[in-house]
Structure formats: C-alpha cells, structure tokens
Design a protein around this ligand. Structure first.
Ligand code: 5AD
Ligand code: SF4
Length: 438
C-alpha cells in the first residue's frame, strides 16, 4: 500500500516553497500527498518562529496530531522550518510523540532521515550548510504560478528579527540553476514565477560571477513562455533606481512592489537597525510611483516596538496615509529570543499594541477600499488560476497588482490563460468583473 504524507505549513512564502520541496522528497521516497492527517503515515509541520503566535500554534498542532499515533503506532511526526532550527533537539526531549526535527538547511538530508525514522529512530538535524546554495529542480504538481527561491538567509540583523538566526547567513543560488528551474516550470505549464529571498536586492553578492538582481531579472524576463515575474522581499535600503527602470520597461515584470517600511519614525527605524530614514524611503517610493505606471505597493509594519511613543506611532499612521499602499501586513511587536531588541524593555502593553494595530489596519482598510473602487471600469489583464466551486461561469485569477479578481465568463477558460476582464465591483479585499470578449 502506498504511504501518505500530510504537510501543514505556517509562515511565509519561503516556507511554502520549502514545503513543496519537502513534499517532492517524500514523493520520491514513495509517499503520496494527503490533506487528511487521519489517513497519513507521516505528518510534517513546517513551522514559523518570526513571532510568538505562530510558534504557539506548533504546540497545539503537535497535540492535535499525536492522537493519530494511538490508532496507527507507525504514524510519524516531523517538525521542520524555523522552530525546528531554533529549538532543535529540545523539541524531541519535550515531545515524546515527535520523531524528526529538521531545520531550515536540512531539507537535502530528508531522504536519509525519512528512512531512518521509518525504521524507528528519532533524530534532530539542525546544522547549517555553508557551501554553495543549490536546490535540485523539482516539480510542484501545482498550478500556473510558482515560487522560486533565489537566495537563502539574511545578513541584515534588523534588531527585532529572528530570521538571521534561524535561516543563517545570506547565500545566493546560482543564476543558471534558477533560470533552468524557471524553464522547467514553464515547460510544465507555469506562467508566473515569484522569486523569493529575504532581501532580493542583494542577490548575487555571494556569487563568484558579477551579477546583481536587476541583471538577473532581465535574464529571467527573456524566457519564452513565461508571462509574469514577481519578487519578494525588497529591502528599502538596497532598492535602487536601476530596478525601478527595469520594472517600468520590462512588460513581464508586474507593477507590484512589497517594500516593508516597518515604522514611520526615524527614531524607531534606527532602533530597528533598518538602515534608512523615512525620508530616504519616501523618496524611493515616490520615484518608483512616478516611473512605474499603475504601481501597487504593499508593506509590513510592526507596532509597539520598545520605546514607541504615541508620536512615533502617529508617524507610522501618517506614512500609511501618505504613501497609499494597496495592502499592508501589520503585527504587534513580539520579542524574539537572542535578538538585539529582546534586551530592550518591551514597554508597550499588549492592550496598547492591539489599539495601535487596530488604528493602523482601520486606516489602511479605507485606503484599500478607495484604491480598489478606483479600479472599477478598468480593463485588467488576469492570469486564470481556477474556477469557482459554486458557479460554473465564475473564474478566479490575479491581476498584475497581485489582487484576486473573480469574474464571469460564458466562454470556457483554461488555467494559465491570460484574459482581459472589465472590473465591475470592488469587494473588501478582491475585485469582481466580466470577461471582455474581443
Ligand atoms: N515582532 C513582530 N513582527 C515581526 N516581524 C519580524 N519580526 C517580528 C517581531 N519580532 C514582521 C516584520 C517582517 C514580517 C515578515 O514580520 O514586519 O517584515
Ligand atoms: Fe529579518 Fe530584517 Fe532580514 Fe527581513 S531584512 S529577514 S526583517 S533581519
């Protein structure tokens, strides 16, 4: 009988990509994927430790899964990702039901780990590998849009952030390997790729060949059959004008930029060790907005960082109102062990953090509503990604700004087609329209 693997993913796109790699290794080891843990032989929790909340979820997930061991003594549980990297061996000690702990760099070791665990061993793999970062090409058995990692790790050490500790030093993947992977994906039906890295603007720094992110994107844009390119995350300190010019001139690169500001106050930005002032950030944003027609922006924010005064927070609010992001992701500050900020006094109460978060998100919702309403009447280019389960004539896809657009079409459409849709309605976080028939 074929064995089955269940994978639950928390956290960022990098984790989603890693989960796809993990799944492909399980498939090569004779497993099929299942979405039902009850019928699984192996369950993998790919974890996130960027804030306390996702970390807590891991505990409850282990609790939920371990009951399957009662009905199936051979049922195995693996903890992968950032919590695995951070807590390592301790997870095995504290949770008798966990069989495997595999850190962020350990995925290539998974082939061997699976067979050892199947034989009854319990192990933790948490070393970092400092040699070149290579990832064998693997199939995603997924849709028309794929994530492709171009680098791992981070050397920025923002004072609040655990990523440099759990993902290790920054390393770029060789551009030839990445381009080969993209060509492979395109041959298998992928039309859109999102290049992933903690700081894609420093891509290439660790490679022997002289290549920077803009040059890399230009090469990727030459791949026939690839229609759309996106990338996350840009770091404002390294985001430069060459990249703006390329986005403005290269049709395949979508007019969407995720450029995390984190805070509007220069005092807080300094304490966060972000490496830019608000004024420098604003100048880059205005330059990008001016040159890239129809640019959609998004950003991350942290509220309640140690020492954040009411005035500091007001500056964040003001920044959000002035810049007009289409989307923001905002979080209450959460001290992470070992980071520089964890030694600063976490002096903002949880109630105050929650107040600030609500204020910021409420202000943003008004802006999102307005920006979406302004798109009513536009004809947008949509990459078809699926069909509505409820209505056979309603399809779903994304516009170039990465916004979900549901639309009616009398004509039958295939996933991966690029179509023109006239926007007729703005919903809370999505758009609705009708296929434009030429
Ligand atoms: N507390 C709250 N938010 C955090 N982020 C990273 N570290 C923390 C932390 N300690 C947020 C940042 C980052 C996003 C991925 O998560 O905004 O951009
Ligand atoms: Fe964390 Fe800063 Fe690196 Fe982003 S750039 S992963 S926030 S240390």
């Amino acid at each position: 009988m074929i064995k089955k693997v269940y994978i639950k993913t928390f956290g960022c796109q990098m984790n989603e990509y890693d989960s796809q790699r993990i799944l492909s290794i399980f498939e090569e080891s004779g497993y099929d994927k299942t979405d039902d843990p009850e019928e699984a032989d192996f369950a993998v929790i790919n974890t996130c430790s960027v804030r306390e909340k996702p970390k807590e979820k891991v505990k409850s997930e282990i609790g939920r899964l371990k009951r399957y061991k009662n009905s199936n003594p051979d049922f195995k549980i693996a903890i992968a990702g950032c919590v695995a990297q951070e807590d390592g061996e301790a997870i095995l000690k504290e949770n008798k039901s966990v069989d495997l702990v595999i850190g962020t760099d350990g995925i290539p070791k998974l082939y061997e780990a699976i067979s050892r665990v199947e034989k009854g061993e319990r192990l933790a793999i948490t070393e970092f590998y400092h040699d070149d970062f290579t990832v064998p090409i693997f199939n995603r058995n997924s849709s028309v849009s794929a994530f492709v990692t171009i680098m791992k790790g981070c050397d920025n050490f923002c004072s609040y952030c655990i990523v440099p500790y759990v993902r290790g030093r920054e390393k770029s993947r060789h551009y030839k390997e990445i381009l080969d992977e993209v060509k492979f994906l395109v041959d298998n039906g992928v039309r859109e790729v999102t290049f992933l890295g903690q700081n894609v603007n420093s891509y290439g720094k660790t490679l022997d060949e002289k290549i920077n992110f803009t040059q890399f994107l230009y090469m990727a844009a030459q791949i026939d059959g690839l229609n759309r390119i996106r990338f996350v995350t840009s770091h404002p300190k390294d985001f430069n004008n060459d990249l703006v010019d390329l986005i403005a001139s290269e049709r395949k690169i979508c007019e969407y930029l995720h450029l995390p500001l984190q805070a509007g106050s220069n005092d807080i930005l300094k304490k966060m060790n972000r490496g830019y002032t608000f004024e420098e950030y604003e100048e880059k944003i205005f330059n990008a907005k001016e040159k890239i027609k129809g640019l959609a922006l998004s950003s991350d924010f942290i509220v309640g960082f140690p020492g954040e005064t009411d005035e500091d927070f007001e500056q964040t609010l003001k920044a959000v109102k002035n810049i007009e992001y289409e989307t923001i992701f905002a979080f209450k500050y959460s001290p992470r062990p070992g980071t520089k900020a964890s030694s600063m006094q976490d002096n903002i109460s949880d109630v105050e953090k929650a107040n600030r978060l609500k204020k910021l998100l409420d202000a943003q919702q008004i802006i999102t509503d307005n920006l979406l309403k302004r798109q009513i009447g536009e004809t947008q280019e949509i990459l078809v990604e699926g069909k509505s389960k409820k209505d056979a004539h309603v399809y779903s896809g994304r516009n170039r700004k990465n916004r979900i657009v549901n639309f009616t079409s009398e004509k039958s459409l295939q996933n991966g087609e690029i179509v023109k849709v006239k926007i007729t309605q703005a919903k809370k976080n999505s758009l609705f329209g009708n296929l434009e028939v030429s």
